[in-house]
Design a protein around this ligand. Structure first.
Ligand code: C2O
Ligand code: CU
Ligand code: CU
Length: 519
């Protein structure tokens, strides 16, 4: 009975959504000349103060010339668009000094970090002309993380206009591995985003009114990498490491190379895979990071591409496949386009053999799980049938408990499900072992229509009965419409009556989120 019911809902939603999907957005990177040198976000040097590394970040409005002679209004962190890369180590004591010169409220969230709830950066609204100073001890293994604005109801717009940057975490393991590690030379960060510009070169973002931003969230027609349009990068000949962050609001990329060469995935969101995984294509959803190695020894120019993503193939079950087939005809993501031109120069680069072993992933036994929680993606603004409510704690989780989180998608759209303050493991996808690219640490996982994905989740470090963390869809328009919920992590002895949201938090977002109506 429940199955039939949810099937009916899917059909009904599809009929509504079908009309909205009709306008296809052609990516303009199809045939462009790659003549702009790829910008590399600068590494920010911390100030050392009593054993603490202090990073100064100043957020402001600025102008950026993405196209010659055309100045777009953008938001930047210590610059005009995006932010510097923060390089830290597991075990570091760090302090961020985040100054808001934007002229309006914002927040900064440290995506992927295991961090006390009061530093997490959703409820810690930074008022104009103030400085927020969270500090914590780094408890993440070597990985590529990121930071971005997370003001409820406005995350989509603020990230879109530039409030995002990378975090690179090192540790003893990454020190010991023979991998390219010269930042910006053979270890290249790639912050990949799709945008829409008007004829004056201004960034367009009207997800609530723009027909083209349908239920799938905002899709742009122009790709920027590190804020560079039509980018090329010159690299030594040898192993090239790419740290790929999909910082788009809603678009997936299915990466690969135009001459068909294979590459090796070495890391997912939260750290290294156990062994390199050889791939030809790799789907990277919004908010996800992957690190890949590609061999440029032959000296040939090659393009990093994005290939079509087949929803029909990804959807699970005959019914979901049938629906996706109907929708796929006009889906924007059936396009092939280049992201980056890679030009090897004459210099010899890293030629070490690939490490056979990259990491040891301590995978808790599934049998240790003390409970299963279910999360269903409902339409495009709800989880478990409801939207985020500031005063409601959706889940109370005991610190150190191993749990199964079961994700399902009852909508006709994929959803990148993200959990704060944790790196989790995928137990199975529709009863099968996840493919090797999803066998490492993740903080965001793509859930496709019809899917049933089980995660192994354990919060190891912090507890606080009054300050929640978020779980949400990382399609930023879905998130801004309330496709989010919150949880607290508590100590074993905490009683239900002792759990409540800090009234200051409720007040902060009391007149919240213009979380518009679901479209
Ligand atoms: Cu990257 Cu709650 O976000
Ligand atoms: Cu996050
Ligand atoms: Cu979503």
């Amino acid at each position: 009975m429940r199955r039939i019911l949810s099937a009916t809902v899917v059909v009904a939603s599809c009929l509504i959504f079908n009309g909205l999907l009709s306008a296809q957005i052609e990516i303009r990177n199809g045939s462009i000349a790659f003549q702009n040198r790829l910008a590399i976000p600068p590494l920010l040097n911390p100030v050392a103060k009593d054993g603490v590394k202090v990073f100064d970040l100043t957020l402001r409005q600025a102008e950026t010339e993405f196209f010659p002679g055309k100045r777009a209004t953008t938001y930047g962190i210590n610059g005009s668009y995006l932010g510097p890369t923060l390089r830290i180590r597991d075990g570091d004591q760090i302090r961020m000094r985040v100054t808001n010169d934007l002229g309006f409220d914002t927040t900064i969230h440290w995506h992927g970090m295991e961090i006390p709830a009061v530093m997490d950066g959703v409820y810690q609204v930074i008022k104009p002309d103030t400085t927020w100073e969270p500090s914590w001890t780094v408890r993440n293994q070597a990985s590529t993380l990121w930071y971005h604005a997370h003001l409820m109801g406005h995350t989509g717009e603020q990230v879109y206009r530039g409030l995002a940057g990378l975090i690179v975490v090192d540790d003893a393991n990454s020190d010991s591995l023979q991998l390219p590690r010269d930042y910006g030379v053979d270890d290249i960060p790639l912050i990949v985003q799709d945008k829409m510009f008007d004829s004056n070169g201004q960034l367009l973002y009207q997800p609530m009114t723009d027909q083209r931003a349908g239920p799938q969230g905002f899709l742009g027609d122009t790709i920027l990498v590190n804020g560079t349009y039509g980018p090329y990068v010159q690299v030594p000949r040898g192993w090239l490491r790419l740290r790929f962050l999909n910082a788009s609001n809603a678009r997936r990329f299915n990466i690969g190379f135009d001459d068909g060469r294979a590459f090796y995935q070495i890391a997912s969101d939260g750290g290294f895979l156990e062994t390199p995984v050889k791939e030809n294509r790799l789907v990277v959803g919004p908010a996800s990071r992957v690190e890949i190695l590609v061999d440029t020894t032959n000296g040939a120019t090659v393009h990093l591409m994005s290939y079509a993503v087949s929803d029909v193939q990804h959807a699970s079950g005959a019914f979901a496949k049938f629906i996706m087939k109907r929708l796929a005809q006009d889906k924007d993501e059936n396009q092939v386009f280049s992201l980056l031109e890679i030009r090897p120069n004459a210099e010899p680069g890293s030629a070490d053999p690939l490490p056979q072993r990259l990491n040891t992933i301590s995978r808790p036994d599934v049998k240790l799980a003390v409970r299963t929680r279910s999360f269903s993606m409902d339409r495009n603004s709800k989880i478990n049938g409801r939207k985020m409510t500031v005063s409601v704690i959706d889940q109370v989780i005991k610190k150190d408990d191993v749990e199964i989180w079961q994700l399902s998608d009852n909508s006709p759209n994929f959803h990148p499900f993200h959990v704060h303050n944790v790196q989790f493991l995928v137990v199975d996808v529709n009863g099968k072992q996840p493919d090797p690219s999803r066998q490492g640490w993740l903080d965001t996982v793509l859930v496709y229509p019809g899917d049933r994905i089980r995660l192994l989740v354990q919060f190891k470090y912090y507890s606080d009965p009054h300050h929640p963390y978020m779980f949400h869809c990382h399609i930023l328009e879905h998130e801004d419409m309330g496709m989010m919920g919150q949880f607290v992590v508590v100590d074993r002895g905490t009683k239900p009556g002792e759990v409540s949201v800090d009234p200051a938090y409720v007040a902060e977002y009391s007149n919240p989120m213009d979380m518009g109506k679901e479209k």
